[in-house]
Design a protein around this ligand. Sequence first.
Ligand SMILES: [Zn+2]
Length: 94
Amino acid sequence: MSIGEYPRFQIDLGVVCARCGRTTVFDAGAVAWHFTQKGIRKTLPVDTRLFKCRCGSRDIKTIAVPVESRPNPLPKPPVRLVPLYVKDEGKPRR
Ligand SMILES: [Zn+2]
């Protein structure tokens, strides 16, 4: 089974923080797309390297969350400004 198959079973990906208890829920299809772009394997168990809780903890586990548990309406996603590109100044960083 792959994370990319979750949507077919009406499952979202929940990321649970062991430190603060917060559960952050992701659209599994979006996670699968992201993993593909990053070259991360999508087979289970879910590779959690990319996830970090807002409290700063990386001590997390993933759970399956039924899509039907989504709040309606969904809260607005956080607004993030993504740069077009970064100009390399040619100064090596250490
Ligand atoms: Zn946390």
